[in-house]
Design a protein around this ligand. Structure first.
Ligand code: TPP
Ligand code: MG
Length: 733
């Protein structure tokens, strides 16, 4: 197939492809063949090992070797950045990964540099080469690659931001960036159907990012052919309208042609013209994986047609035809590859497996413990003007002030999300024509104005885009503090939140980490908030290992916990109750720019002796009201515990309290069944059984969604009266 080239933007940067063989030397062509052959032989050997039950899974890069080697030749390991997918074995070899390192992952060895035995084979992660930890969901790498490219550009514009600083996450995060660096991301033809693919093209195009997208089109996604995935059957045609891109479509089984394509595309990106999109037609000779038999859905004739384009035989024939290697030379090269591989296999089969007691290593940062006293400081409240008492501020005020203070202190912080900017059309701001918005709840108001549009900006209306990009940026060392406008709309980001952000550290065995902060407006009691502006659902996230979850109930805690979230070394979901943003309850004076509350430390809002009430968020003021009433009317003294932080949570405070009161009531705003309180109740029943004088009770919302009509909302969400009733019953039990 001839190479088609078409560019949507200005001029192509100077191609480096002059001369015969697209500028590749004879030595490079031999090296290309050696790498391709090595890649294929590792696959063949792994298939054998799987059949012998010496390894536990296999997925091959067969048929994709030429494009991988071409990309590996053009891009620079440890300089450019890589988000490959599982068929990119040849790319990783070309960048400097060794067969032994790959086999260590296949056997699941402790010394596997990719994951320490945590991930399947062909899930690449080589920190020294800038190959970023890869997962299994198709397409979740693409938005992260976008964030990675954005981070590179940011550090180039703010080099001082890369400096280390002590006392927070920066102490442990080495930032590396280079002028003109390019981010590579690859995916299969089927994966172009994922929404995240389109969300990534959107931002790469809009921001003219230096990122090379490589679609390795083998015409199948397991058994589903390309025409079912892609209307018209050709992805190049569909994406051609995106501005700023350099597009090429190439026969990706031809290493020389593909090298030319990669070289032109990378040059275009390095020169700062924008992103490139390479559509490489490849083959898949070995079924999808060892768990698949393609003969069930592909007739022999089709498979034979593919085989005629096999990049290995094709390149071998090319070397012979061009007189670059003769038959003897080929044989010698192949024999050497096979001998080296045998040695690597022997060595890998001897490698020690990981120790079972290490399974929870690197779920969280081993370097910085956000529950430690280092994150415990006292408020530094200045007197108000003319010596009067300082004005109490709302939660919204103090969150905004904390963001402002931290942005001032740490140039690595960037803020983005839907509507968070003061105004995307900056000329209106500069002309002082408008005041600016700064968030639908105005939590980020004034921050773009103070820190500039490259630090505070609007995202497209796409939640996966927000979290995926934040993950990529945080992997590079930035501290994205992004906003999800309503908890009710967090779900498009769920793949990133469940399978990516909190897993970067664990699955790479501490090779990478992504301590981003995701702020989310959550909760009901809004009178008219209805189904889609009232949701809670925090237990879905506290169920995810690796993710810290915080849920403050008042202004001072919100400020202290947000600062801890920003300075800590783990990803944090920071839940802000909309109803509490501007409530009179829980206002506090500005506590100064260093006020922090450690994670996992509850607050005893009111001490008591008769009953422990464990809660958090907007239930806290309602519980306080009920507790005061029951003490007034019945002399029952309730100990009210505000957890503040849900993962980790403060078991010690709960246990000490229940040990004293012998009665426990757990209350939460979310629907009752399977909610956050279920875990707390289960722990109390399990570990404090001997100390209980009554069953553990829960008060929560009905098992439904929150309705619009206020009468229904009242009936659905837990009210002070419900809490009062439960307290009374439990105290009389
Ligand atoms: C989000 C998601 N859905 C489904 C799967 C299961 N799955 C693994 S690979 C694959 C097909 C991928 O096809 P394509 O993108 O064309 O890549 P190829 O394997 O053909 O190189 C599927 C459906 C997955 N890993 N992730
Ligand atoms: Mg495919």
């Amino acid at each position: 197939m001839a190479t088609k080239t078409y560019t949507n933007s200005t001029e192509l940067a100077e191609p480096r492809t002059a001369g015969k063989y697209q500028g590749l030397s004879r030595e490079q062509l031999i090296e290309a063949y050696r790498l391709m052959y090595t890649s294929r032989k590792i696959d063949d050997r792994e298939i054998l090992l799987k059949r012998q039950q010496r390894i536990y899974f296999q997925i091959s890069g067969a048929g994709h070797e030429a494009v991988g080697v071409a990309a590996g030749f053009v891009l620079k390991p440890g300089y450019d950045w890589f988000y490959p997918y599982y068929r990119d074995r040849a790319l990783c070899l070309a960048l400097g990964a060794t067969p032994y390192e790959m086999l260590l992952e296949a056997v699941g060895a402790a010394d596997d540099p990719n994951s320490g035995g945590r991930q399947m084979p062909s899930h690449w992660s080589f920190p020294r080469l800038n190959i970023v930890t890869q997962s299994s969901p198709t397409g979740s790498q693409i938005l992260q690659a976008v964030g990675c490219a954005e981070a590179g550009r940011y550090f180039a514009a703010h080099p001082a931001a890369a400096n280390k600083a002590s006392g927070d996450y920066r102490e442990f995060k080495n930032v590396r960036f280079h002028e003109g660096e390019v981010t590579y991301v690859s995916l299969g033809d089927g994966t172009t159907s994922e929404g995240e693919f389109w969300e990534a093209l959107n931002t790469a195009s809009n921001r003219k990012l230096p990122i090379v997208f490589v679609v390795e089109d083998n015409e199948y996604a397991i058994s589903v052919p390309v025409e079912v995935q892609t209307p018209g059957g050709n992805i190049s045609r569909l994406v051609a309208g995106f501005p700023n891109f350099h597009f090429e479509e190439v026969d990706g089984t031809d290493p020389v042609e593909t090298y030319g394509t990669l070289a032109r595309s990378v040059a275009y990106c390095r020169a700062g013209n924008g992103p490139a999109f390479i559509h490489a037609h490849v083959i898949r000779p070995y079924s999808h994986s060892l768990s698949d038999d393609e003969r069930l859905y592909r007739p022999d004739a089709e498979r034979q047609q593919d085989a005629a384009r096999d990049p290995i035989t094709r390149t071998q024939m090319f070397l012979l035809r061009e007189g670059i290697l003769d038959e003897k030379g080929i044989n010698r090269l192949e024999k050497q590859v096979e001998e080296d591989l045998q040695a690597a296999v022997d060595q890998a089969l001897e490698a020690a497996p990981p120790k079972p007691e290490t399974v929870t290593d690197y779920v969280y940062s081993p370097d910085l413990d956000p529950t430690s006293s280092a994150f415990e400081t006292q408020p530094a409240v200045a007197a108000g003007s003319d010596g009067k008492k300082p004005t109490p501020k709302t939660m919204a005020d103090l969150i905004n002030a904390t963001l402002r203070d931290e942005m001032q202190r740490d140039e690595r912080i960037v803020i983005f999300g839907e509507d968070v900017a003061d105004c995307s059309r900056e000329q209106y701001l500069q002309g002082k024509l408008i005041k600016g918005k700064g968030g639908v709840f105005k939590l980020t108001a004034g921050l773009q104005f103070a820190f500039g549009a490259d630090r505070v900006f609007n995202s497209p209306l796409a939640e996966a885009n927000i979290v995926g990009r934040a993950t990529g940026m945080a992997t590079r060392g930035l501290k994205p503090v992004v906003e999800i406008q309503f908890f009710d709309y967090i779900w498009p980001a769920m793949m990133q939140l469940r399978n990516e952000l909190p897993l970067i550290r664990w699955r790479s065995n501490n090779g990478f980490c992504a301590p981003a902060v995701i702020r989310v407006a959550i909760g009901g009691y809004l009178t008219g908030g209805a189904i889609y502006h009232s949701q809670c659902g925090e237990s879905i996230f506290t169920h995810i290992p690796g993710l810290r979850v915080v849920f403050p109930s008042n202004a001072l805690d919100a400020a202290g916990l947000l600062r801890t979230a920003i300075r800590c070394d783990d990803p944090v979901l920071f839940l802000e109750h909309k109803r509490l943003y501007r409530e009179t309850f829980g206002r506090a004076p500005y506590p100064g720019p260093d006020y922090m509350v450690p994670f996992g430390k509850a607050k005893v809002v009111q001490a008591g002796t008769d009953l422990s009430l464990i809660t958090y968020g907007a239930v806290v003021p309602r519980a306080l009201q009920a507790a005061q009433k029951i003490e007034r009317e019945h002399g029952v003294k309730v100990e009210l515990i505000d957890l503040r932080c849900l993962n980790p949570f403060d078991w010690d405070t709960i246990a000490a309290s229940v040990g004293k009161t012998n009665r426990a009531l757990v209350a939460y705003e979310d629907s009752l069944s399977w909610g956050y309180g279920a875990e707390i109740a289960a722990r109390i029943a399990d570990q404090l059984f001997d100390q209980l004088d009554a069953p553990v009770r829960r008060v929560a919302a009905k098992d439904t969604f929150v309705a619009y009509q206020p009468i229904l909302e009242d009936a659905i969400l837990p009210q002070a009266d419900d809490l009062f009733r439960a307290m009374k019953e439990l105290s009389e039990y």
